[in-house]
Design a protein around this ligand. Structure first.
Ligand code: SAM
Ligand code: FES
Length: 347
């Protein structure tokens, strides 16, 4: 199996049965070996730098009903909020002062944020902070809408594909949401010129290693600039309330394999990883991740952006999160980098 990992490092390619074999054989030794090679690759492209992105969770209204998600439309217990343009700009101001040069605007699919409303916000951020990158993560929209957002100045877009397996996709989503449309959105975003991120949850209900092998094949084919993966964590008000959480070790193993598959990819150590294990994000960095996304959302709404139970950092001010993250990164021998942190191909 170690030879397979070495071949992955050399060629950035494996066949489906080889992925499956690697996933099925996962153990401490293989995980450590994959992490070692992943760090080598990561150091050759990004050194010991870890990019920071300021995450602004600007609305928890959502018209969708993804079965895993705590802010799904069908959750009557979710207390809804949406930030005003002024509040979003105030988060950016705080973020700018703390050294952030990327703002990630994430939210549910909230019909309030029409192209007109969202483009105006993006334009204003880019006007006030021309040196910053704006990343959007607001779900599925039309090609024209993505184009308008790009023309307004948005640089990057995160849209996890969630799973590359059709049957699995349908088991996680209501019928009106299809893998086909998700993939079409990703293709459109790429063609328009965004730096694009896809990704998936590790250990979502009904996920098999076969599904993950298909995810990895999709990553190779799509060649995203960013990949967001994190463990699935149940939320008590969703149909998946009783499902078990994803596995931290497996998430770390996958971070390493993804680093070997896409050597230059921007790969976050996610909040979900830090939620399941106190040093999850630090371990993520040691496994090959090179991005962290501290929270810039106003403290009084943090609790309400509840995708899963026990989410960390809900009580902390932006500055606390920023410096907490710095300490964590430095504790494992890495350093925070305050530039925009574009993908190497787009610098
Ligand atoms: N609405 C946008 C979208 O669908 O891409 C962005 C917001 S959505 C909440 C962001 C991501 O959170 C999803 O792509 C999903 O992978 C992740 N997520 C949702 N519920 C989760 C859960 N219970 N555990 C872990 N991650 C979850
Ligand atoms: Fe829309 Fe989760 S169901 S953000």
């Amino acid at each position: 199996m170690k030879q397979l990992i070495e071949r992955l490092q050399k060629t950035s390619h494996l066949e489906k049965d080889e992925w499956l074999a690697l996933l099925n054989a996962e153990n401490d030794e293989l995980r450590q070996y994959a992490a070692e090679l992943a760090r080598e690759v990561r150091h050759s492209h990004y050194g010991k730098k870890v990019y920071i992105r300021g995450l602004i969770e600007f609305t928890n209204y959502c018209k969708n009903n993804c079965l895993y998600c705590g802010i799904r439309a069908g959750n009557p217990n979710a207390e809804r909020y949406r930030l005003t343009k002024e509040q979003i700009l105030s988060c950016c101001k705080t973020g700018w002062e703390l050294g952030f040069r990327t703002f990630v605007l994430q939210g549910g699919e909230d019909p309030h944020f029409t192209d007109e409303v969202l483009c105006d916000i993006v334009q204003q951020i880019k006007k006030e902070y021309p040196e910053c990158a704006v990343t959007l993560s607001v779900g599925e929209r039309s090609r024209d809408s993505y184009q308008a957002l790009f023309d307004a100045g948005a640089d990057r877009y995160l849209l996890r594909h969630e799973t590359a397996n059709k049957a699995h996709y349908q088991s996680l989503h209501p019928e009106n949401l299809t893998l086909e449309n998700r993939m079409e959105c990703l293709q459109n975003l790429k063609e328009i010129g965004f730096q694009v991120g896809c990704g998936f949850m590790v250990g979502s209900p009904n996920q098999t290693n076969e599904c993950i092998a298909e995810d990895l094949l999709f990553l190779e084919k799509f060649q995203p600039h960013m990949v967001g993966i994190g463990p699935f964590i149940p939320h008590h008000d969703t149909p998946f309330a009783k499902e078990p959480s994803g596995n931290v070790e497996k998430t770390l193993y996958l971070l390493s394999l993804i680093r070997l598959l896409l050597p230059k990819v921007l790969l976050p150590a996610t909040t979900a990883l830090g939620t399941l294990r106190h040093d999850g994000r630090e371990q993520g960095i040691l496994a090959g991740a090179n991005v962290v996304m501290p929270n810039l959302s106003p403290t009084d709404v943090r609790e309400q952006y509840s995708l899963y139970d026990n989410k960390i950092c809900t009580g902390d001010e932006a500055a606390e999160c920023r410096y907490c993250m710095q300490r964590r990164i430095e504790s494992v021998g890495y350093e925070i980098e305050e530039s925009r942190g574009d993908h190497i191909s787009k610098q």
